[in-house]
Design a protein. Structure first.
Length: 153
């Protein structure tokens, strides 16, 4: 991951720990080759429509920017159940203080192009994360007025 994002991430995880929560980092930076494997795993098991809804193709993944991180907790790792954990609730309330936002929120699939991923956060810096929190705009697509649907060639 990018150094600035790592510094913020370490502070955030340390604060959660100080408050008695365990938040695990399950995935950060992914190379092109690793993203190919991740996408192809879903593709093989569930088909292209599901793969494109649940994972970015290599070259399109936020993980390749070094700004995205997937979280887990003691009871749920990179699954929808993460949304119901104390860790997810803490992140929803506090991540902006460290410059992170929940990237693919519930009910926003038509806007972001991806299904709800309660574990997937992106570092956008404190200023933008705070502005999103203040304005109650929950996606980058809505904030910047852009389309989130990826059109693969």
């Amino acid at each position: 991951m990018q150094a600035e994002a790592v510094r913020a991430l370490k502070k955030m995880v340390a604060q959660a720990k100080a408050e008695g929560l365990t938040i695990s980092i399950e995935s950060g930076y992914r190379s092109y080759d690793v993203q190919v494997k991740a996408y192809n795993s879903i593709l093989k098991g569930y088909g292209q429509a599901a793969a494109d809804n649940e994972s970015a193709r290599a070259g399109y993944s936020e993980h390749q920017t070094g700004l995205a991180v997937d979280f887990g907790s003691e009871s749920c790792i990179i699954q929808d159940c993460f949304a119901n954990t104390f860790a997810a609730k803490w992140l929803a309330q506090n991540s902006y203080k460290y410059g992170f936002i929940l990237r693919y929120p519930a009910g926003k699939s038509a806007i972001t192009g991806y299904k709800f991923e309660p574990w997937h956060y992106r570092y956008v810096r404190y200023r933008l994360a705070s502005e999103l929190k203040r304005t109650k705009v929950v996606t980058l697509e809505e904030f910047f007025g852009i389309s989130g649907s990826v059109r693969y060639k």
